[in-house]
Design a protein around this ligand. Sequence first.
Ligand code: SF4
Ligand code: SF4
Length: 163
Amino acid sequence: MSKSILIDLMKLRTIMAEDPSLELPEALYYPTPNQNGLKTIRELAVFRFTCRKCEDAPCIAACPADALEKDSEGIINRHTNLCVSCKSCVTICPFGTMMTDFFSHHRNKDLFYDLDSTEEMEKFAAACPPGTVTITDSRESPGENIFRLNNKVLVKDLLYKTD
Ligand code: SF4
Ligand code: SF4
């Protein structure tokens, strides 16, 4: 298997809590895998692995733009073309799931890196806060809280399980 990036979401959360104005580099595919707009790897990872997948999903109910919905696996999906960045979902989520910078429209294109290019992948890792993103040959390792998001990205986070 080709190399992957490993994003330590736990470390990133701590760093962002210490400096909420920090503008992080973003890893993206061009075009995004699900063709539904500019969406960061961190957003996809958080909704898949960290979100508690609330049955009544208060975030969906709070969204004034009908921008959030669950997919067939119960994973929240944000339609970026509908989202108006009001952050009502962030405020109402009882688990602090989301990172508020997901909802900014002011993205700096110089901070975007294409994960389909190994060279860009390396630049992305170097641009991230130290120790938060590494390039690896490793595989998924649930015992170390490392999970595979897709063929290019591993995520380290505490997995929320319902069973
Ligand atoms: S930030 Fe976007 S997704 Fe969240 S409640 Fe507002 S419009 Fe909906
Ligand atoms: S309220 Fe928070 S934890 Fe619950 S489904 Fe929405 S994002 Fe996930």
